[in-house]
Design a protein around this ligand. Structure first.
Ligand SMILES: *[C@@H]1O[C@H](CO)[C@@H](O)[C@H](O)[C@H]1NC(C)=O
Ligand SMILES: *[C@@H]1O[C@H](CO)[C@@H](O)[C@H](O)[C@H]1NC(C)=O
Ligand SMILES: *[C@@H]1O[C@H](CO)[C@@H](O)[C@H](O)[C@H]1NC(C)=O
Ligand SMILES: *[C@@H]1O[C@H](CO)[C@@H](O)[C@H](O)[C@H]1NC(C)=O
Ligand SMILES: *[C@@H]1O[C@H](CO)[C@@H](O)[C@H](O)[C@H]1NC(C)=O
Ligand SMILES: *[C@@H]1O[C@H](CO)[C@@H](O)[C@H](O)[C@H]1NC(C)=O
Length: 474
């Protein structure tokens, strides 16, 4: 019985391979079968080659992608559709997604972002930011963009999206950009979003930006960019509710994950927080930035963030708070449990004077509220400074709880491992011993810092097994 099943599987695999290799070297049709997990499966399928796409690394496929999405959007109310991208190199400028839609990359598919800046459309700044981040005016639209969608999936078997960011980084350093650089993926005003099992390389700027969205799952993503590349943040949940970010591996030139909610007076006015966010099983390498940053744009508020099983190697700091006078908003009910850290400048870092304002019209009376920040079960090695906690004069950061933390200091560590200003809180079982502002509760209180045990709604989202057999024209 077992033997028979094996034979059938082997024969089927051989047939698929023959058809695929045949399809790759001459005109005709290809056939593939594949399986993946998704929030929903689709009734209709097509390949980018059905819309004239050419995966030779030279032909520009922007029209093919735009046409494909437009045609497949007709199936939104009829079981949805998926667009398959076969093995090959698919050069393209930006295109938009649609609802009840899946973009699926073959494991050897590489989307190459066009380096011709003129081929990128420009869109308005985000209302909660008022300005672009690189230049005051508009923003180049993201390579893969979606707005006002429901039920959208971007996945693959670790297929690649290569931002070819080098030209953008150069223009940025030379201060020659007229507009803000594009991101690789931006999904805005959307509900039920999945981005999974992909490799993202060399983004011009941020990699994945879900904004004003809810029920977002980001899973199994590898993000790679030079550690010196400018603003190549990994994943930036921004004014989002119910987000699950798990099993990701990120090497980047900026924060691996940056939780945001708008900038100064624009963010305060828009008033849309990021809340109910899960981050787990993250591995981060980012020598000049944080594993997880909260802020600095946090003017719509950040609440109920649960970070668990975080590994960081050669990263500047772990879970950092960045804010400033003028931001307003809040960062509260933050829970961090289980961090394994190796080679780090500061394990704990809170910054109340981050600056970096949208413009000069920020309200100097708009003080951020930072309260209820919990860290427990942390082991760190080769650390230069244990903590640098700096609240705001007249606006201390309160309710800080740090417990069960062992920090191995580097041979060349600084003389004073802790520095604290304008902060209030408690500690237990922390080595080296913390500053007096974090009142020591004694060794028996190792478990005292909160970590919620009840699940969030986003934990309950089940992935279905989708499987396809597909014929396509090449
Ligand atoms: C990602 O890939 C892994 C390993 O192949 C698989 O177990 C998992 O179901 C996939 N998840 C998603 C959400 O695509
Ligand atoms: C994509 O969406 C943006 C924002 O809605 C819009 O400005 C742009 O024209 C769309 N692009 C295409 C090719 O439809
Ligand atoms: C998208 O949704 C936002 C927020 O609900 C709304 O303000 C905007 O008008 C919508 N845009 C389109 C093109 O429907
Ligand atoms: C995905 O590809 C990247 C880049 O080649 C690799 O580092 C990573 O290990 C791969 N992930 C999986 C799950 O195969
Ligand atoms: C302290 O943290 C370690 C991991 O660093 C964990 O194994 C242990 O269970 C924690 N102790 C308590 C009392 O929570
Ligand atoms: C310890 O950290 C320093 C930087 O502070 C680094 O140069 C060195 O390689 C690290 N040592 C180990 C054993 O990782």
């Amino acid at each position: 019985m077992g033997g028979q099943v094996m034979v059938v599987v082997v024969v089927a695999a051989a047939v698929v391979m023959v058809l695929m290799s045949g399809g790759e070297c001459r005109k005709g049709s290809g056939r593939v079968s594949f399986e993946y997990s998704a929030i929903s499966c689709r009734a209709h399928s097509a390949s980018i080659t059905d819309f004239g796409g050419v995966g030779d690394g030279k032909t520009l496929n922007t029209k093919a992608f735009q046409e494909a999405v437009q045609q497949l959007s007709r199936f939104a109310s009829d079981g949805g559709a998926q667009l398959f991208v076969p093995a090959g190199k698919w050069l393209t400028a930006a295109f938009n997604l649609t609802s009840h839609f899946t973009l699926y990359l073959h494991k050897d598919a590489v989307l190459l972002a066009s380096q011709d800046i003129k081929s990128w459309a420009v869109v308005d700044p985000l209302p909660s930011y008022g300005h672009g981040r690189d230049a005051a005016g508009g923003r180049y639209i993201s390579l893969i963009f979606g707005t006002n969608l429901t039920d959208v999936v971007i996945t693959g078997e670790n297929g690649t999206i290569d931002g070819q960011g080098g030209v953008w980084w150069q223009q940025f350093h030379k201060k020659k950009l007229k507009y803000t650089r594009p991101y690789l993926i931006e999904i805005m005003h959307s509900d039920n979003v999945q981005i999974s099992n992909l490799t993202l390389l060399n983004s011009p700027s941020w990699n994945i930006h879900p904004v004003y969205s809810s029920n977002v799952i980001i899973q199994g993503i590898t993000i790679l960019a030079p550690v010196t590349s400018p603003n190549t943040d990994g994943i930036n949940p921004d004014s989002c509710t119910n987000t699950r970010i798990e099993d990701n591996y990120i090497v980047s030139g900026d924060d691996c994950i940056a939780v945001k909610s708008g900038w100064d007076e624009y963010g305060i006015k828009y008033g849309m927080p990021t809340k109910h966010l899960i981050i787990r099983r993250l591995t981060c390498i980012s020598p000049y930035s944080a594993a997880i940053a909260l802020g600095s744009e946090m003017s719509g508020g950040i609440q109920d963030v649960r970070a668990q099983d975080i590994t960081a190697v050669h990263t500047e700091s772990a879970v950092r708070i960045k804010t400033a006078v003028g931001r307003g908003g809040y960062v509260k009910d933050i829970y961090v449990k289980g961090m394994n850290l190796h080679t780090m400048k500061w394990v704990f870092w809170m910054t109340g004077n981050y600056g970096s304002h949208a413009d000069d019209h920020y309200d100097p009376n708009a003080l951020p509220e930072i309260n209820g920040i919990n860290y427990r079960d942390v082991v760190a090695e080769n650390v230069s400074i244990a903590a640098r906690l700096e609240g705001i004069t007249g606006d201390p950061f309160t309710g800080i709880c740090i417990a069960n933390v062992t920090i191995g200091m580097a041979k060349k560590a600084k003389k004073y491992p802790w520095s604290c200003l304008e902060v209030e809180g408690v500690s237990s079982g922390v080595v080296p011993p913390p500053c007096g502002l974090l009142a020591d509760q004694g060794e028996e209180k190792l478990g005292m810092c909160d970590f919620p045990t009840e699940n969030l709604a986003v934990d309950g989202i089940q992935l279905q097994k989708c499987s396809y057999r597909m014929k396509y024209n090449v």
